[in-house]
Every structure is written in structure tokens, then in C-alpha cells.
Design a protein around this ligand. Sequence first.
Ligand SMILES: Cc1cc2nc3c(=O)[nH]c(=O)nc-3n(C[C@H](O)[C@H](O)[C@H](O)COP(=O)(O)O)c2cc1C
Length: 293
Amino acid sequence: MNDRKLTVKTVTLAYFSGTGGTKAIVSCFETQFVKSGIHVNVIDISCCNTYHEEKAPDLLIIFSPVYAFRLASIMEHWTKNLPKTQNTPAAVISVSGGGETSPNTACRVHCKRLLVKKGYQLIYEKMFVMPSNFASQAEYQLNLQLLNAIPQKVTQTVTEILSGKIYLTRPRVPDRFFAFIGKAEHFGAKIFGLSIRASKACTQCGLCERKCPAKNIRLQNGVPKFGSNCMWCLKCIYDCPHNALSPGVLKFSVLKDGYNITEMSDKAKTQCDAEYHPSGSMLWQGVIDYLRK
Ligand SMILES: Cc1cc2nc3c(=O)[nH]c(=O)nc-3n(C[C@H](O)[C@H](O)[C@H](O)COP(=O)(O)O)c2cc1C
């Protein structure tokens, strides 16, 4: 396929972010597009779940975290409800903790299919990597490097997109299979959410209720109660100012030291050792490969 420079006057960046990693990347994209003189419309789909732009943008970019080898269900649902369009260019950016490794490589497949069904013309896809918020993390210095790498990676991506570079992948069948069965995570999410309880440390401030992107938390006599719409984004647990929320099941998924992307980004500015070489754990090879590119 020939790459032809894209004429973009307006771009829509639609995103979901549970714990702020994807949001940090979107905000860097916004800065970069604005610098290029492009009008940017940013949509946080957890606040506004319908898409009502009067005129289609010149380019739509969808951003989502990777949950169990596919994009967040809320983003798949939003994409499914998009109005039909005619050949509007679209790109899909996934944000994972593990990188573009097997089976993560197939995470964008379903969303891409939904976009094509709506009449979008797919032009680009890419995996960004942020410090993992799930179960375990890469080495501390690797996480700091990931955060410092954002501006350079975003600049490269925006330049490629605007220069008309077509970049689309075709994941292997086994990876597609894992992405397909990753849908079972939706069931795990329900069980996880239903099992969350507030400890005595809860001050009944209501922050979790106000901020839950799935609107799955209701205060009953001041105490947070969890329904069955949890999507396992972990926002309520990590953002609780009193560390008062914990799940009754699937406890391994929560990092015991918590997760705060703002704090990590501040540390990355002063504590990152650019000379640091990772110990070579295979588990985080996707992160190492991403940083090397
Ligand atoms: C329930 C759940 C499942 C996840 N599954 C994957 C996965 O399959 N592969 C991966 O690389 N990262 C996985 N992650 C890590 C997130 O994709 C990663 O931390 C991402 O940056 C989170 O984005 P956010 O901060 O915008 O919510 C998972 C996280 C959660 C909460």
C-alpha cells in the first residue's frame, strides 16, 4: 500500500483510562497535534458514552488499556455504538504493561473489526507501554524509563500518522485465540468487583462512588457497595486516599504498594538512570524491546 500524506485539520482522541496511564499518553498526543496546528477534540468515554460530533473529524484515534489481551470492554462497547461513516481514517492505540508480545499482539483485533464495520478506514495501530498496574511490575528503573520515553514515542507516532504511513498488523492465530478467550475476563471482573469491601479505614468520603468509570459503586448509609458492573480497572482501589478498599477474591491482581502514575512520573524526572541495563528477565522482554525501538 502507498503511503500518502494525510490532510488533517481536526482529530478526535477518544480514550478510556482506569488508572491514568492511557490518559497520560493521550495528553501527550494532544500537545503534539496542537503543536502541528491541528484542532483536537479529546473524549473521555467514561464521562460521555455517546459520540455526538456533528461532523466527522479528519481522523479518529482510539486509545485503551489492554485487559486480558484485548481492549477494555467499555471501549469495545463505545466503538460498537459509533455512528456509520464513510472512509474516515482511524487509528487504534493500545496501552499495556507487558508490551507488544504474544498474545497482547491481538488485543486491537476486535476493535479494528468494529471500526471497519462502521465504515472507518484503518490506517495505523500501535502498542504503547506504561508501568503495569496489574499483579506485578517490571523493575523500577524500567518503569521510570517508560515514563520518560512518552514524548519521544508520541512525537514519532504523530509524525508517522501525519506523513500518511500505513501501519497495520496481522497477529498470529494463537494470539487471536487468546484475545478471543480474554473475553472471559469480563466475568472475572464482575466477581472481582462484587467482592470489594471497605475496611474501617474508610471515611465515607464518596470519592470511589464519584470516580468509578462503570458507575458500579453506591454509598449505602455512607458505606461503599459494589455492584456487578465492575470492569476491573482498579481505579477505586488505587485512588482511595485511605487505602480502605480491597477485593475478597483475585487478590493477586492488586499491586501491594499501590499505583500512582503522577507520583511515578515525578520520580521519573529526577531518579531515572538512563544508563541502567535491565537484568534480563524474560517476563518483561516486551517492555525492554519497546524501550529499545
Ligand atoms: C484487569 C487487568 C488486566 C490486564 N491485562 C493485561 C494484559 O493482558 N496484558 C498487559 O500487557 N497488560 C495488562 N494489564 C495492564 C494494563 O494494560 C496497563 O497497566 C495499562 O497501562 C493500564 O492503563 P490505565 O492506567 O490507563 O488504566 C491489565 C490490567 C488490568 C487492570
